[in-house]
Design a protein around this ligand. Structure first.
Ligand code: SF4
Length: 376
């Protein structure tokens, strides 16, 4: 499908961003092969039409809800329709600070086109995009038609597309508007911190093809101290039970934090074993002490390899299925020949991304991939 023509500077910036980053389609094909054990099939024409219609209809409902906003479990009840308000201080129109394609992620979902929106309803001490997530006014106004065209353009290289930030729930009207304008059957992954309100969940459920839900903390005390969020456990468990009942494919994601295996990971896997027998757990090993965490005694270090191993053992002992995690760089078969330039970069969080690498650099990156891989 041809991309729609766009004329303003923000749209050009979006297009340039993609052109810069999405280069080696051959490597992407290998990536898809790696994901073959967890395929997420594209939507057929009937399901795509239903998703677009539902998104359009629910966007209008969500817009009305902003007049007394209870989109998330913060339950502020403030009027966001005329300007920033509530705990998230987010304006009515979402603002985008990044568009990229993520090579790394859960098998079956990556590569994933990612639309990143400013603002969040949590305040995590270790947030890797704290500047944008804690200021909903950063970035540019989301141009749904232009961004939808970019997503269309990425098909068939991508396995999925997603909206995050920040947290997409607080921008539900804008996100639904965007989804209504995506005209290809690429699965839409609802990546969320699982703190949506009961009222918002059905609006999301009509359009989400897969749910990737964070379960960050295993008790309310850690959630209050590290994310300033009340009633965390009840909220997340309500969200996850909703998705279980709905039958939407569900992956739970947990970022391994140093020193939080017994207080956080263990209760999470115990609960999942009881209540989510069909869900898989994605353990994220890439914790970095960013933002406020750098000055917190329990969080100011990376997680050790022995902790990662213990965490994996805890999950398996609980009987919860691990979801394989695929990371860049691509395997050797996908590495560009020597005549082609290396193409790697390190983002603001220190995470290494690679589209192509040669010789010693490729070997070095493959070793890093082994060190940080966590999977079944
Ligand atoms: S989205 Fe959540 S945090 Fe933001 S105003 Fe609404 S209820 Fe409050």
């Amino acid at each position: 499908m041809a991309a729609r023509r766009t004329t303003n500077s923000q749209s050009r910036a979006t297009q340039n961003y993609i052109t810069d980053r999405v280069i080696f389609s051959r490597a992407w094909r290998v990536k898809r092969d790696m994901n073959a054990t967890h395929p997420i099939p594209p939507l057929d024409a009937g399901r795509l039409s239903a998703r677009r219609q539902a998104a359009r209809r629910n966007a209008a409902i969500a817009t009305d809800m902003m007049a007394e906003c209870r989109l998330c479990a913060r339950d502020c009840g403030v009027d966001r329709s005329h300007g920033p308000a509530g705990a998230c201080a987010a304006p009515a129109q979402a603002r985008m600070f990044d568009f990229s394609v993520d090579w790394s992620g859960e098998a079956g979902l990556a590569p994933c086109a990612i639309v990143s929106l400013s603002g969040c309803n949590l305040s995590c001490a270790f947030c890797i995009v704290a500047r944008e997530s804690q200021n909903a006014l950063l970035g540019e106004p989301l141009e749904a038609s232009a961004v939808a065209a970019c997503i269309d353009q990425q098909t068939p290289q991508i396995q999925s597309f997603s909206v995050l930030g920040g947290e997409p729930t607080i921008h539900l009207p804008s996100v639904l508007d965007l989804v209504s304008q995506v005209s290809v059957g690429t699965p839409f992954v609802w990546k969320t911190n699982a703190c949506a309100s009961e009222a918002a969940l059905p609006l999301i459920a009509d359009v989400a093809d897969v749910v990737l839900a964070d379960f960050k903390f295993g008790n309310d005390a850690c959630a209050r101290r590290l994310a300033a969020f009340p009633r965390y456990m009840a909220t997340v468990q309500m969200n996850l039970r909703f998705w279980r009942e709905r039958g939407t494919p569900l992956i739970v994601r947990h970022l391994l934090m140093p020193g939080h295996l017994d207080c956080c990971l263990q209760p999470i896997v115990d609960w999942m074993a009881r209540e989510l027998p069909d869900a898989t757990l994605s353990l994220m090993p890439g914790y970095r002490p960013t933002h406020r965490a750098a000055s917190m005694p329990d969080l100011a270090r990376r997680i050790r390899p022995d902790e990662t191993q213990r965490a994996t053992d805890m999950v398996r002992a609980a009987g919860v299925a691990l979801h394989p995690w695929v990371t860049s760089p691509p395997p050797a078969a996908a590495v560009a020949p020597a005549a082609e330039a290396d193409d790697i970069w390190i983002d603001a969080t220190g995470c290494i991304h690679g589209l192509a690498a040669n010789g010693p650099l490729a070997a070095c990156l493959r070793n890093l991939q082994k060190e940080f891989h966590v999977g079944a």
